[in-house]
Ligand binder design. Structure first.
Ligand code: NAD
Length: 249
């Protein structure tokens, strides 16, 4: 029987690439996003790839909308085998003392609270059904300190704690939980960030040993590996996908 994945932020970037990569393994997908147009486009591409897919509109920072995407997925597909807990925003890129409190709240609401709510409801289904695999999206900024991304970095370090501590509690129930820490990857989010902060693009590329940004497909390949059955004994790990960036820090 086909497996079922829930992917948040699947209307764009890493979420969409991973959805399309999992479709190659015949995985059916719940596409969750706040952006209806992007989400529906991903569903269209998944159906063209030959799998079943539904779009569920949700703001992941709202717990009732998170519970709803989990309920709707179970109603449609019967279960959840894989969860790519991925929706996130980067913020405006200023120094922390110049950051409005409203921006701090927004980043924490989506990146941290959204990820916690997601695991809260998805893992409940997985544990009840005998297990499942989760990948939380951290970042290079979740494993090293960087300027201009203090709030973002705080939420992405939190993904590491979430990942490890969930394993401590639920590995015995069949949950595998890992995190990915991509370096700058050429998705719409990063393109927009570098358009607003052009000086940072050059220094980002220069600081990467492989001297280029990553691609969404490279991230998708790693997520698919972590979610599928070939990686049954990898648990609680943080996989860096960054061209050597954080290994030189
Ligand atoms: P993206 O902007 O292309 O995609 C993010 C998606 O999340 C969008 O479709 C957006 O509509 C959705 N989203 C935003 N807020 C939401 C909300 N409140 N509820 C539901 N959906 C929401 O960005 P991306 O680069 O694909 O980023 C995906 C994840 O990867 C993020 O968590 C980001 O922090 C992380 N990340 C990205 C990079 C990179 O370089 N692209 C590097 C490290 C980590």
């Amino acid at each position: 029987m086909s497996k079922v994945a829930v992917i948040t932020g699947a209307g764009s970037g890493l979420g969409r690439s991973t959805a399309l990569r999992l479709a190659e393994d015949n995985v059916n997908i719940s596409v969750v996003d706040i952006d209806e147009e992007g989400g529906n486009e991903t569903v269209k591409q998944l159906k063209e790839a030959g799998v079943d897919a539904i779009f569920i509109k949700a703001d992941v920072s709202k717990p009732d909308e998170v519970k709803n995407y989990v309920d709707e997925t179970v109603n449609h597909f019967g279960t959840i085998d894989y969860f790519f807990n991925n929706a996130g925003i980067s913020g405006s890129g200023g120094y922390f003392l110049d950051t409005e409190v409203s921006e701090i709240e927004k980043i924490v609401g989506i990146n941290l609270m959204g990820a916690l709510y997601g695991v809260r409801y998805v893992a409940e289904v997985m544990v009840k059904n005998g297990g499942g695999a989760i990948v939380n999206t951290s970042s290079s900024a979740g494993v090293i300190g960087q300027d201009s991304v203090v709030t973002y970095s705080a939420t992405k370090h939190a993904m590491v704690g979430l990942t490890k501590s969930l394993v401590a509690e639920y590995a015995k129930d069949g949950l595998r939980v890992n995190a990915i820490a991509p370096g700058p990857t050429e998705t719409p989010m990063v393109k927009e960030f570098f358009e607003n902060n052009p000086n940072m693009k050059e220094s980002a590329e220069n600081g990467i040993p492989q001297k280029r940004l990553g691609t969404p497909e490279e991230v998708a390949e790693t997520v698919a590996f972590l979610l599928t059955s070939k990686a049954q004994y990898i648990n609680g790990d943080v996989i860096r996908i960054d061209g050597g960036f954080t290994s030189t820090k």
